[in-house]
Write a new protein. Structure first.
Length: 192
């Protein structure tokens, strides 16, 4: 896949940038408000969906202490096609964050929270269109690397289960549209 190849090249480039970085930062002193954006590869492993796009996300958070924080995000999942429909989805998350510094520059983190999705579904069999909204649990794990005192690089794996067909009014044969949603993303974060 083209997207996977581009993501691999991007990860290698960023790894080399990190290795050559001379900036001095300290993960153990992180506190305060931050914001950022990420780009990632979307997979739906147990479904009939074929994602056409990459996942884009913007986030804002507050690191309350070295270990605990809160984060909100907006994401766009792009367009997906299946045997019987086309789908586009976007949504929001709100989560508690848990960070554990491994060194002065590297930390691992996890997020637990809620996701709210809005899906526009168009039937490829009958002339019908519908919008479905749903919510579910949201989880993420990742690793972050401080490039400087204010800029941080994040590699994340995000996961949630979503029933794309719940409440769908365009026919009973479209109701089995539930899937795991997995996103592997690379992002930049700016801390105040």
């Amino acid at each position: 896949m083209r997207c996977t190849s581009v993501l691999k090249r991007l990860l290698i480039s960023i790894f080399l940038l990190i290795c050559s970085s001379l900036a001095i930062a300290d993960q153990r002193a992180d506190r305060g408000i931050y914001f950022g954006a990420s780009i990632g590869e979307l997979t739906l492993p147990d479904s009939q969906f074929d994602p056409d796009d990459i996942a884009l996300s913007g986030f804002v958070g507050w690191q309350i202490s070295t270990l605990l924080g809160i984060e909100a995000s907006y994401f766009e999942l792009g367009k997906m096609t299946g045997d019987r429909f086309k789908l586009s989805a976007d949504g929001y998350t709100l989560s508690a964050t848990f960070q554990y510094p491994l060194s002065s520059r590297v930390a691992v983190y996890g997020k637990v929270g809620r996701v709210w999705l809005s899906n526009d579904i168009t039937s490829l069999i009958i002339a019908a269109k519908d919008t479905v909204n749903d919510q579910d649990e949201y989880y993420a794990v990742g690793i972050s690397y401080e490039l400087s005192d204010q800029i941080e690089l994040r590699l994340s794996y995000e996961f949630f289960d979503f029933d794309f067909g719940r409440g769908l009014s365009i026919g009973p044969f479209f109701r089995d549209l539930n899937s795991d949603v997995e996103i592997v993303s690379l992002g930049l974060m700016y801390e105040f």
